[in-house]
Write a protein that binds this ligand. Structure first.
Ligand code: HEM
Length: 399
C-alpha cells in the first residue's frame, strides 16, 4: 500500500520529469486524479475535470483568494500589485472590462499588416541560418520570431530590445508555482524598471502617436472600473511577455516533435496544407503552457472532492491533453488528428487572447524552416526546468 502511495506523489524533482512529464502525469491521473501535493496545492489531471473547472465560477483567478497569497508575496508589494491587476489574475466584473479593453486595442490593429511583418522576420532568421552547418534553434530562430513580432507590435526601438526582453523574462518567472526568493526579488526590480520604461514610452506616444499597440491602447476608451493608471502598465507587461514566452515553445516543441517523428515530418512536407492541424497537434502533444492556477471561493465539492475556501488548484492542461478518454492513443503524434480539442489555450472566460497570433506565427515559421532545411537533424537538447512554461532551453541541430 505504502509503495503505491509513494509512487503517485507529485514530485517534479524526480529524475526525468522535465525531459518528459507526461508519464508522471499519467501516473497521477490513473491513481490519484485529484491529488493533494506537497505544496498543499490540489493537482487535477483528468481531461473532463480540467475542462469543466476552467469554466467554473466557484474558482477564482484572483490570487488574493488563495490562502497562501500573503505569505508568498510578503514584502513584495510590486509583484502583488502587478499580479492583482493582470488580466490573467482578476475576476469579473473588472476582468470583463479589462479583457474587452485589451481586445479592442490589440487585435484589429495588429491584424492589419502583421502576417507580412512576421514573414519578413522569419525570412531574416532563415537567411541568418543559411550557409551554417549547425545551429541552436531556440536562440537562433524559435525566440527571435515571436520576440521580433512583439517588438514590432510595441514598436520597441532596436537598442532597447535586449533590456526589455530581460525585464520581461524576469517578470514571467512569477507564473511558476514555486518561484524562489531571488526570482521574486529580481521580478520586483524588473517591474520597477519596465514600468518606468513604459511610462516614458506612453509619454512619448501622447505627444507623437504612432501606429503601435501603445498608441492604440491610449486611444481606446477605458471603463471606470479599470482606471488607466492602475491597469494599463501591468497589462502591457503581460501582453509583451505572453506573446513571446509561449510562442518560442510552440516553435521549439513543435520542431522537436517533428524531428522525432520523421514520418509526420515527411507527411507535412508532402502535404503542406496540413499545417493547420499539425499546429493543433503540436499544441496538444507538448503544450507551451502546462498549467493554470485557481483559488476556491467557497467550500464546495468538485470532481468528487471536497475543497475548502482559499485552497489552490492547479489544472494540468498538459495532463488533460494526454487523457485517453479525450484523445485516443494520446502518445501518438498525429498531425492529422481530428477532433483535437486540446486545452493548451485554456477555456472559458480566461481563454488565451493571443491564440490567433500563436497560430499565425506557427504557420509561418515552421513550414519555412522545414522547407529551407530538409536535412535538419536533432543533435543535443536541454529542457527548461519550469513547471508552467514547457520548452527547450537549447536545441542544437545540424542543418
Ligand atoms: C502557443 C502560444 C500560447 C499558449 C500555449 C497560451 C496559453 C494560454 C493559456 C493556457 C491561457 C489561459 C490562462 C488561464 O486560464 O488562467 C492564456 C491566457 C492569455 N494569453 Fe495566451 N498563450 C499563448 C500565446 C499568447 C499570445 C501570443 C498572447 C498575446 C499576444 C497571449 C495573451 C494571453 C492573455 C492576455 C491571456 C489572459 C486572458 C484572460 O485572462 O482573460 N497568449 N494563454
Amino acid at each position: 500500500m505504502e509503495a503505491v502511495a509513494e509512487a503517485i506523489k507529485f514530485n517534479p524533482y524526480e529524475p526525468g520529469y522535465f525531459e518528459n512529464p507526461y508519464p508522471f502525469y499519467q501516473r497521477l491521473r490513473e491513481n490519484d486524479p485529484v491529488h493533494k501535493s506537497f505544496m498543499g496545492t490540489w493537482i487535477l489531471t483528468r481531461n473532463k475535470d480540467v475542462s469543466e473547472l476552467l469554466s467554473d465560477p466557484v474558482l477564482s483567478s484572483d490570487l488574493r483568494n488563495w490562502n497562501g497569497f500573503e505569505k508568498r508575496y510578503k514584502n513584495k508589494e510590486l509583484v502583488a500589485w502587478m499580479l492583482n491587476r493582470s488580466v490573467l489574475n482578476i475576476d469579473p466584473p473588472e476582468h470583463t472590462s479589462l479583457r474587452s479593453y485589451l481586445k479592442k486595442s490589440f487585435m484589429p490593429k495588429a491584424l492589419n499588416d502583421l502576417s507580412e511583418a512576421i514573414e519578413g522576420i522569419v525570412e531574416d532568421q532563415i537567411q541568418k541560418l543559411k550557409g551554417k552547418k549547425e545551429a541552436e534553434l531556440i536562440s537562433e530562430f524559435a525566440l527571435p520570431v515571436p520576440l521580433g513580432t512583439i517588438n514590432y507590435i510595441f514598436d520597441i526601438p532596436e537598442p532597447d530590445q535586449k533590456q526589455v526582453k530581460a525585464w520581461s523574462s524576469n517578470i514571467s518567472g512569477l507564473i511558476e508555482p514555486l518561484p524562489n526568493i531571488q526570482a521574486l526579488k529580481t521580478a520586483n526590480q524588473s517591474i520597477i524598471d519596465f514600468t518606468a520604461y513604459l511610462k516614458a514610452r506612453i509619454k512619448e506616444r501622447k505627444g507623437k502617436p504612432s501606429n503601435d499597440f501603445i498608441s492604440n491602447i491610449l486611444n481606446t476608451p477605458i471603463d471606470q472600473l479599470i482606471a488607466e493608471d492602475d491597469y494599463v502598465i501591468p497589462n502591457l507587461i503581460v501582453m509583451f511577455a505572453a506573446a513571446h514566452e509561449t510562442i518560442v515553445n510552440l516553435i521549439g516543441n513543435g520542431m522537436y516533435a517533428l524531428l522525432n517523428h520523421p514520418d509526420q515530418m515527411e507527411l507535412l512536407r508532402e502535404q503542406p496544407e496540413l499545417i493547420g492541424s499539425a499546429i493543433e497537434e503540436m499544441l496538444r502533444y507538448d503544450s507551451p503552457q502546462q498549467l493554470v492556477w485557481r483559488a476556491v471561493l467557497e467550500d464546495t465539492t468538485l470532481a468528487g472532492q471536497d475543497f475548502k475556501k482559499g485552497e489552490q488548484l492547479m489544472l494540468l492542461l498538459g495532463a488533460a491533453n494526454f487523457d485517453p478518454e479525450a484523445f485516443p492513443d494520446p502518445y501518438r503524434f498525429d498531425i492529422q488528428r481530428t477532433p483535437n480539442k486540446h486545452l493548451s489555450f485554456g477555456k472559458g472566460r480566461h481563454t488565451c487572447m493571443g491564440s490567433w497570433m500563436a497560430r499565425m506565427e506557427g504557420k509561418l515559421a515552421i513550414p519555412a524552416l522545414i522547407k529551407h532545411f530538409p536535412n535538419m537533424k536533432l543533435e543535443e537538447t536541454e529542457w527548461l526546468t519550469n513547471l508552467s512554461f514547457r520548452g527547450l532551453k537549447t536545441m542544437k541541430v545540424s542543418l
